[in-house]
Design a protein around this ligand. Structure first.
Ligand code: GDP
Length: 528
């Protein structure tokens, strides 16, 4: 039996994040190829083969159908065992991305070189910086016309508030893409367009080598020398500590499609990242190398297989070794149990596993008992990891079922989808479940809710948009919200645990509430 400490040491767990179409899937495929996890690129997911003008949520649904294979993948490379966590590319699901980042020790951010940090995905990229984990940037599609690399770096720094350090530097782009200069090795990796062939040959040449002019041309060489001078002079110094604290992002230029710059990226990435990190719990930091198993749930996906109506809870193992015969303790449920059908994902295959280690992600069958943020630990050493905070919803709708005979399915569907963390449910003060107020972070989630209730629970709903944008939890216990002095466009509601909240149409009304109700304490986030 392999020593479990060695197994944990060789683990690297990262999330991959991008705006749709930046090349996340393509990069993931190439990485898996290096690990020999798949034999043919193009097999990670088939979503792009038929690209019609399908609405976004249909796309999401299609992805969900195969998301078991794409949401977590594991492969081995040069002795490392690497777990890639996929994230949804749409900004409306940035909360989902955030939860996935909670399960990762670092993040890889893929950016389209012609587009940079796209406006509509600022929020998505921004969540990357919330946890202070190392962020690696892969600027993709250099084989296409790209924006000025200095501008791209400046944009990343400005948008994300993180410093950048280019590990390599591009020489031209598009038809004129000649390759990259590796700043560490001080050599050029030449890109030779290969007549439409997707894989290119890389040649390594020292920057002072006479062959360079022939390889990239004099103009490019001059620009490169100037650029490097500028970078060395004005750029940030490389600082591994800052990388590991998420303050400095190493940046790589490349082209995933042509497999250019992917392997050097992977190698540097492995050099700079660490094995699984300790996690915060109510008893202090939990050492991943401790003998006893622990994990937390960061994602729940229901109905992935329509025939079975199954529900899978994804958990990140935080310490020790998991073995399928193991008794674990579910802290929030207060129960000792065995995890059912533990599975791990290797590219396309879902495999039932016998063992897994800290750093790994396993999916287990969930009979409806787990919630996001739940802790699993050893029955002899109980503790609880810090929960995963929920984002404050920014859009609200009143939701009713059309056919009142289907109350049971409606309540079940709504509660399950809420348990997955896709929506948040609120009620009128003293109200029931026949009519609820749904809050979401992105409006696309409303479409998904409607679609899933119909397809998975056979329930039609009526949805009416409400003009609120801000939510605050009332922290004062025992305060009757009816006694509050509020603007007429402020609404008093409660969450499913009976906590009182206010939803506001604008910031002005929030200020009004605070100014006219002495001692009122309002919190922006719900308790996870
Ligand atoms: P995702 O939505 O981020 O997963 O993006 P995909 O990996 O599906 O890529 C979107 C499109 O960009 C596909 O048509 C890819 O073939 C293409 N693409 C990805 N990487 C590159 C690249 O390096 N160069 C070029 N020219 N196209 C690329």
């Amino acid at each position: 039996m392999a020593n479990y400490v060695d197994e944990i040491k060789r683990r690297r767990t990262f999330a991959i994040i991008s705006h749709p179409d930046a090349g996340k899937t393509t990069l993931t495929e190439k990485l898996l190829l290096y690990g020999g996890a798949i034999s043919l690129a193009g097999s990670v997911k088939g979503k792009k083969t038929a690209k019609h003008a399908v609405s976004d949520w249909m796309e999401i649904e299609k992805q969900r159908g195969i998301s078991v294979t794409s949401s977590v993948m594991q492969f081995n490379y040069q002795g490392f065992c690497i777990n890639i966590l996929d994230t949804p590319g749409h900004q409306d699901f940035s909360e989902d991305t955030y939860r996935t980042l909670m399960a990762a020790d670092s993040a890889v951010m893929v950016i389209d070189a012609s587009k940079g940090v796209e406006k509509q995905t600022r929020k998505l990229f921004k969540v990357c910086t919330l946890r202070n984990i190392p962020i690696f940037t892969f600027i993709n599609k250099m084989d296409r016309e790209a924006r000025n690399p200095f501008d791209l770096l400046e944009e990343i720094e400005k948008e994300l508030g993180i410093r950048t350090f280019p590990m390599n530097w591009p020489i031209g782009s598009g038809k004129e893409f000649k390759g990259v200069y590796d700043r560490n090795k001080k050599e050029i990796i030449a890109f030779k367009a290969n007549n439409g062939q997707h894989e290119v040959e890389a040649t390594k040449v020292d920057i002072n080598d006479e062959r360079l002019n022939a390889l990239i041309g004099e103009d490019h060489r001059n620009t490169l020398v100037d650029d490097i001078l500028l970078l060395d002079g004005a750029g940030y110094d490389f600082d591994l500590e800052a990388v590991r604290n998420g303050k400095l992002s190493p940046v790589f230029f490349g082209s995933a499609l042509t497999n250019f710059g992917v392997e050097p990226f992977l190698e540097e990435f492995l050099n700079m990242t660490t094995s699984p990190l300790p996690r915060n719990a109510d008893v202090g930091l939990i050492d991943p190398f401790q003998n006893e198993f622990s994990a937390f749930v960061f994602k729940i996906q229901a109905n992935m297989n329509k025939a079975h109506r199954d529900r899978i809870a994804f958990m990140r193992i935080c310490s020790g070794k998991f073995d399928k015969s193991l008794d674990v303790y579910h802290v929030q449920g207060g129960k000792k149990m065995k995890l059912l059908q533990p599975q791990q994902l290797m590219a396309q295959d879902r495999e039932i596993i016998d063992e897994a280690y800290a750093g790994d992600i396993i999916g287990v069958f969930d009979p409806g008992i787990f919630s996001i943020g739940d802790t699993l630990c050893s029955p002899s050493n109980k503790f609880s990891f810090g929960g995963i905070p929920t984002f404050a919803p920014e859009h609200f709708s009143r939701v009713q079922q059309v056919d009142t005979m289907k109350r049971k399915q409606f309540v079940k569907g709504m509660s399950q989808i809420a348990q997955e963390g896709a929506i948040q449910i609120f009620q009128e003060l003293g109200g029931g479940m026949e009519e609820v107020i749904v809050g979401v972070v992105g409006t696309l989630q409303f479409d998904v809710l409607e679609y899933r209730l119909k397809n998975e629970y056979n329930v039609d709903i009526r949805m009416e948009g409400l003009p609120y944008q801000y939510i605050r939890w009332i922290e004062n216990s025992g305060l009757d919200p009816k006694t509050l002095n509020l603007t007429s466009d402020t609404k008093r509601i409660q969450d499913l645990r009976g906590h009182h909240l206010l939803i506001f149409a604008n910031e002005w009304s929030i200020r009004w509430a605070q100014e006219h109700n002495e001692g009122l304490v309002l919190a922006e986030f719900g308790k996870g």
